[in-house]
Write a protein that binds this ligand. Structure first.
Ligand SMILES: C[S@@+](CC[C@H](N)C(=O)[O-])C[C@H]1O[C@@H](n2cnc3c(N)ncnc32)[C@H](O)[C@@H]1O
Length: 283
């Protein structure tokens, strides 16, 4: 047991015996969970998870009752105040609760709000950071978010609503940093228009990384101006991360040409491919 675990195990008087662990599940591949995340899942009585968390990760919580409380873009999920109330009431009944979120809980995941709600109810919270897709999705596609001589920093924004990102993109010099956009696939046309309007070069390299770290992973690259119109419909409902900046050029040195040229397949083809990947080339 680590020092921080020992502290967790010794509640101050008047504090609930339950524990809420806010755990990052990483981008999807269960092998990208931290050891602490795996341990928290193994110990959990209840897991409240987001839609993007794969079943293989939930299998690491064999003793727990698992409930999906997440929503996909545009869909309905359990309202945030209800999730907060659930976390608090389960912990007040002495449960070890894991709130399992994709990527890192504190990166565009409302983890801070949940942690504050639980802490203000006098319940112990522990934070188990995860590997954020903002870094992992590009990395797995051979794109470092920073690279000496190309980009000395990166900005992560949510693309789901203009008022969420407009001030940020207006405040950075065009092309000065790598831009990583989560929740931006559905709004990419408006995003590109805004970036061009802010002075970004139409030829700036762009990438879309879908279903990163899963057997369905797919990467598109092209100039910023083409990102607006590129059709990703064949890729179904997979989550995607957008990267914009010259660091995308590094991918060419790291990825075999036939992979770099891959185009979206139909959903059926992609399923067949992932079955092949799971069962071997003769499947
Ligand atoms: C609500 S945000 C949560 C981000 C998360 N907290 C993190 O640190 O990665 C969900 C967005 O993450 C991105 N995302 C999640 N999983 C992904 C994956 N496997 N591949 C690409 N992007 C992913 C997508 O942009 C998706 O819309």
């Amino acid at each position: 047991m680590s020092a921080s675990d020992a502290q967790q195990a010794a509640p101050a008087s008047g504090v609930s015996a339950g524990l809420v662990s806010l755990v990052g599940a990483g981008p999807g591949d269960p092998e990208l969970l931290t050891m602490k995340a795996v341990r928290r899942l193994a110990e959990a009585h209840v897991v409240l998870y987001d839609t993007l968390v794969p079943l293989e990760v939930l299998a690491l919580a064999p003793r727990a009752s698992c409930f999906c409380v997440g929503k996909r873009a545009g869909g309905r999920g359990v309202p945030q105040p209800t999730i907060n109330r659930l976390l608090i009431s389960l912990a007040n009944r002495g449960k070890r609760v894991v709130r399992l979120k994709c990527g890192d809980p504190f990166v565009l995941g409302r983890g801070g709000e949940e942690a504050m709600a639980v802490a203000s109810a006098g319940i112990r919270v522990d934070i188990v950071p995860g590997i954020t897709t903002a870094i992992a999705a590009p990395a797995l596609a051979g794109i470092p978010v920073t690279h000496r001589g190309l980009s000395s920093g990166f900005v992560v924004i949510s693309g789901h609503a203009e008022d969420a990102y407009l001030r940020t993109i207006a405040s950075i010099a065009p092309g000065s940093l790598t831009l990583v956009i989560l929740m931006g696939i559905a709004t990419k046309r408006a995003l590109v228009a805004r970036l061009l309007g802010c002075g970004w070069d139409a030829a700036t390299p762009a990438a879309v990384l879908l279903a990163a770290s899963t057997p369905r992973a797919f990467t598109w690259t092209g100039p910023l101006v083409e990102l607006a119109a590129v059709s990703l419909e064949a890729c179904g409902n997979d989550p995607g991360t957008i990267v914009i900046g010259p660091v995308i050029g590094i991918r060419a040195s790291l990825v075999a040409p036939h992979q770099a040229m891959a185009r979206p397949m139909s959903v059926a083809d992609r399923r067949a491919e992932s079955v092949k990947a799971t069962n071997g080339p003769n499947a």
